[in-house]
Design a protein around this ligand. Structure first.
Ligand SMILES: [Ca+2]
Ligand SMILES: [Ca+2]
Length: 209
C-alpha cells in the first residue's frame, strides 16, 4: 500500500514537472493567412482614357432641289471649349449627298470628353453652333439636322459669316453658271432661285459671330 502511494506520488510529480518544463518552451504564433485589405486595392485608381478617333456628323444645307439626297456641301468643322472658346480641332471636309461628313482625328488629340461645342460653317452658309457636345467614345456620331438647316447665302470670298450686298453681288456675277458656292439650292445652275434664297437671309449672321 505504501509502495502504491509512493508510485502514485512519483507519477504525479513527474507529470507536474513535465508540464512545468512544457510551459517554459516558447509558443509559436498561430498561423495567420495573408489577407489583402480591400481598401488597399480600391485605393488604386486604374484610369484608361478613351481617345476620340473619329467624328461622323450630319448637317443639311437649306432649301435644296431636289429636296432630299441633295445635301452635299463643304464645311469647316471645329471643336472648341464651351466656355473659353479654345480651339481643339478644326478641319475642312466635304459632306455627301446625305449630309454626312466623316472626320478622322489625329492621334494624341487633346479633345476632352466634355465642355465642348461644335461649330459648323458651310462654304455658302452661315455658321451654326452646337453646344454641350460630349465625346465619350472612340467613334462618335452626331445628327445635327435636328437643330435646323444651314442657312445659305454667305458666298463672298471673305466668308465673313454675314450675308450682305457683297454676297449678293458675288452671286449675281455667277448667274447662269454652275458655280458650286453660289448654287445655293444645289440644282447645278446659279439663277434667280438661288438669289431669292440669299435675299431672304440678308442681314443675317452666323451663330459663332
Ligand atoms: Ca458674307
Ligand atoms: Ca441653283
Amino acid at each position: 500500500m505504501r509502495n502504491f502511494l509512493k508510485t502514485t506520488l512519483f507519477i504525479v510529480f513527474i507529470v507536474t514537472f513535465l508540464a512545468f518544463l512544457f510551459s517554459l518552451v516558447p509558443q509559436k504564433e498561430p498561423f495567420k493567412p495573408i489577407t489583402v485589405d480591400k481598401r488597399d486595392v480600391e485605393g488604386v485608381s486604374v484610369s484608361a482614357e478613351i481617345e476620340l478617333q473619329s467624328i461622323a456628323f450630319k448637317v443639311y444645307p437649306e432649301k435644296r432641289i431636289p429636296k432630299t439626297g441633295n445635301w452635299d456641301t463643304i464645311v469647316d468643322f471645329e471643336v472648341r471649349n464651351q466656355k473659353t472658346n479654345e480651339k481643339y480641332f478644326a478641319e475642312n471636309t466635304t459632306t455627301n449627298n446625305w449630309g454626312l461628313g466623316l472626320l478622322n482625328l489625329p492621334p494624341r488629340n487633346k479633345i476632352p470628353s466634355s465642355n465642348n461645342k461644335v461649330v459648323v460653317k458651310g462654304i455658302s452658309h452661315l455658321s451654326k453652333v452646337y453646344n454641350k457636345i460630349p465625346f465619350l467614345r472612340m467613334y462618335e456620331s452626331y445628327d445635327f439636322t435636328v437643330f435646323g438647316d444651314l442657312l445659305a447665302g454667305d458666298t463672298h470670298p471673305s466668308a465673313d459669316d454675314f450675308i450682305n450686298s457683297l454676297d449678293i453681288s458675288t452671286l449675281i456675277n455667277k448667274l447662269n453658271t454652275s458655280n458650286y458656292i453660289n448654287d445655293l439650292n444645289g440644282d447645278s445652275l446659279v439663277n434667280s432661285l438661288d438669289l431669292s434664297i440669299q435675299v431672304y437671309n440678308i442681314s443675317r449672321a452666323g451663330e459663332k459671330s
